[in-house]
Design a protein around this ligand. Structure first.
Ligand code: STX
Length: 328
């Protein structure tokens, strides 16, 4: 087997700033890599997860002009953890604003994992003429079974019964029929201690189910108070609303992706967004190549998943508009 690809070396932004997008929201954005390179926008997960310096490193900085930003309410965007005017469709419009007002380009590659894949699909189906390629990982279509997999007994709970017990522990029996609603009440509580402990429990459940090999470091990262509050409040808000998407909407909308090349990277052992959604998307959008990584989990940092993602961005870094595809 050839050696696995890893992240490109760390880089610093050549430009960064805050973009006012209305509704009181200001988004932190940064641009890295080659200003004359191929434009790409990175969409982070959660929702509410925020972007990290490692996210810049999934693209060859010599060949890509990389835009990374924090979605409404998280990371360095302000106001922190705000749910006001914070929906999928606000974020889709924010991406368009970043394209025209910051990147100033006609089309770009859209790259996203997990919730970032949901948002990438929602954006690409709204503005297909603005998308050169899609690179998606750990597909989350926001259909009911995917939300239930995470927050009802019988999905991820069947794999992580010990972690599940901790997740439901703070919620009294009579409220357990709807855990997302029960957590929403606590995350909105007056008492900041109640809020913080709910936020930590919510994010800890996430941190424990997203990696193949969770470490104390991962859990620490997920329960760091500011990050936990943003992830928990924003993710919970989106889960309550079904992502403002109709059941099956992103699969039905796949016809709008005709002609857009795509790569779907999906870990076989992804316990956060299991392969069923990636398979359904592949069926609905046959031009996209599906790469199910046999020893992969959910996160981009899983070695096999990362290898497949870097191969995909390297592949698209050169103009292949005249070639027949077949990259795997
Ligand atoms: N949402 C899962 C998701 O988008 C259904 C996701 N999983 N982990 C993350 O995001 C972070 C690591 C970015 C928090």
């Amino acid at each position: 087997m050839t050696e696995r690809r890893t992240l490109y070396p760390p880089i610093e932004p050549r430009r960064s700033g805050m973009l006012e997008v209305g509704d009181g929201h200001r988004l932190y954005w940064e641009q890295c890599g080659n200003p004359d390179g191929k434009p790409v926008v990175f969409l982070h997960g959660g929702p509410g997860g925020g972007a990290s310096p490692d996210h810049r490193r999934q693209f060859d900085p010599e060949r890509y002009n990389i835009l990374v930003f924090d979605q409404r309410g998280c990371g360095r965007s302000t106001p922190h953890a705000s749910l006001h005017a914070n929906t999928t469709w606000h974020l889709v419009d924010d991406i368009e604003r970043l394209r025209t007002e910051i990147a100033d380009i006609d089309k770009w590659q859209v790259f996203g994992g997990s919730w970032g894949s949901t948002l990438a699909l929602a954006y690409a189906q709204t503005y297909p003429e603005r998308v050169t390629e899609l690179v998606l990982r750990g597909i989350f279509l926001f259909d009911q079974y995917e939300v239930d997999w995470l927050y009802k007994d019988g999905g991820a709970a069947a794999v992580f019964p010990d972690k599940w017990e901790e997740f439901i522990g703070p919620i009294p029996e009579h409220e357990r029929g709807d855990l997302v609603a029960a957590y929403q009440r606590r995350l909105a509580a007056q008492d900041p201690d109640v809020q913080l402990s709910a936020a930590k429990a919510w994010s800890k459940w996430e941190g424990e189910t997203v990696t193949l090999l969770p470490s104390p470091h991962t859990i620490e990262e997920f329960t760091e108070p500011q990050r936990a509050i943003a992830i928990a409040r924003i993710e919970n808000h989106y889960m309550r609303a079904g992502g403002w998407l109709d059941e099956g909407q992103l699969l039905r909308g796949a016809d709008k992706l005709r002609g857009i090349p795509g790569v779907i990277v999906q870990g076989r052992h992804d316990m956060c967004t299991p392969p069923r959604a990636a398979w359904a998307l592949h069926r609905a959008w046959p031009e996209a190549e599906l790469n199910i990584v046999p020893d992969g989990g959910h996160l981009y940092s899983e070695p096999g998943v990362l290898d497949a993602l870097i191969r995909a961005t390297d592949h698209f870094a050169v103009d292949r508009s005249r070639e027949v595809s077949g990259i795997m």
